[in-house]
Design a protein around this ligand. Structure first.
Ligand code: SF4
Ligand code: SF4
Length: 375
């Protein structure tokens, strides 16, 4: 198989002109790529991104989203900016608006792909791990899509790029208690390899785990930590924020990465061939996902923007660039003594994100071999 093409615009701006700026070079690249080849005129085009969280400001900047909106419109498509619900839908739209993701700044309607209650979805066969997943309706029904991914670390997946953006973010929030297991919550939970363990001796009762739980599913009852095993998504936030290492969430990492790849395949199966384009933004590369309440300083310097029609190649190229980069002083990576040459994301999360790229490749979603075309 021939290596896939991955286009790259570096974040470095070495000349002081709009044409040579990151935005200017990104705009030129989008003209070069001929987006018209990925869509049909007058058809809706989903621009799938992550709207962020209250306090998590390091998401893709509206200015850059607008470049994609303009490019899709020039090509004759009808773009809409979309994501699936993480918190209650109306609250999530408010968060998006506060983060600058609205029609005024992006130039296209901003809609929730799974509706304001997170229950608008279509069941799609996925594979052995979950059997089926609930693909958000507006993604399922869109004839074409541009996947805009802010590349960063992730507590369960190690890295969050295009594969994670679809595997989790392409599924509905599925808030009804009886069916959440095939939605995004289920994607987080299917790796469970036992109950979350709480170490009473280590716990300082700081309550941070309770405060960060997105589902109010853990609490202290008579100073004993308890969680609702039916409600809990195994999102891992409580274990991640615990300053005393008092919580342990046993995880079957291989199953998790395989499930991610299968879910991504299911989402992509709703599109005809050559209808999806991937844009990874290696900017403000923070250690945690954009869904966390708050954003730490970046652990790696801004690298740039990568574009490809191969989801495996674009994530592989992104991860390779990150692995070649030194940790930034004053960041979480430096705090943890991570050195140049270390795999920063593996060291930060103790999870190897390469595994879901490999699994996606094995499923035939793309090619790990790529040619980086520097613009
Ligand atoms: S893993 Fe922890 S934070 Fe996440 S839903 Fe379960 S109890 Fe809440
Ligand atoms: S975050 Fe950790 S130390 Fe703090 S209350 Fe929860 S388990 Fe205890």
């Amino acid at each position: 198989m021939k290596p896939s093409k991955v286009y790259y615009v570096s974040a470095r701006a070495t000349k002081w002109s709009y044409k040579e700026s990151l935005a200017g070079r990104f705009e030129s690249l989008l003209k070069e790529i001929e987006i018209a080849g990925y869509l049909k005129k007058k058809e809706p085009v989903a621009l799938k991104m992550h709207f962020g969280s209250e306090g998590a400001h390091r998401i893709i900047r509206p200015l850059l989203i607008r470049k994609v909106v303009d490019a899709v419109r020039r090509a004759g498509g009808k773009p809409f900016v979309t994501d699936t619900v993480r918190i209650k839908g109306l609250d999530y739209l408010k968060v998006a608006n506060e983060n600058g993701i609205n029609e005024h700044s992006c130039g296209a309607p901003v809609v929730l792909a799974d509706g304001i209650f997170g229950n608008d979805h279509v069941s799609v066969p996925s594979g052995e791990e979950q059997g089926e997943v609930f693909v958000a309706s507006a993604i399922h029904d869109a004839p074409a899509m541009v996947v805009l991914s802010h590349f960063k670390g992730h507590v369960n997946a190690g890295i969050g790029g295009a594969i994670k953006n679809l595997a989790m973010g392409g599924l509905s929030g599925a808030s009804r208690d009886h069916d959440w297991k095939h939605g995004r919550g289920g994607m987080h939970a299917h790796h469970t390899a036992g109950k979350i363990e709480w170490d009473r001796e280590r716990c300082s009762l700081c309550n941070q785990c309770v405060e960060i739980c997105p589902l109010d599913s853990c609490a202290f009852v008579n100073e004993l930590w308890e969680y609702n095993t039916k409600k809990c998504w195994r999102c891992g936030r409580c274990t991640r924020v615990c300053p005393e290492d008092a919580l342990n969430m046993p995880m079957d990492e291989d199953r998790f990465h395989q499930g991610m790849a299968e879910s991504t395949r299911a989402v992509l199966s709703t599109f005809k061939k050559n209808r999806v384009l991937y844009i990874n933004f290696l900017l403000e590369i923070q250690p945690e996902c954009d869904c966390m309440p708050g954003a730490d300083v970046p652990v790696i310097q801004d690298l740039g923007i990568l574009v490809s029609d191969d989801i495996v190649a674009v994530d592989q190229a992104s991860y390779d660039l990150i692995r070649q980069s030194p940790p930034l002083p004053g960041s979480m990576a430096a705090d943890q003594g991570i050195q140049t040459g270390d795999d920063i994301m593996v060291k930060l999360h103790q999870v190897n994100g390469q595994k879901h790229i490999d699994a996606a490749c094995t499923l035939g979603l793309g090619n790990r071999e790529y040619t980086l075309i520097d613009r």
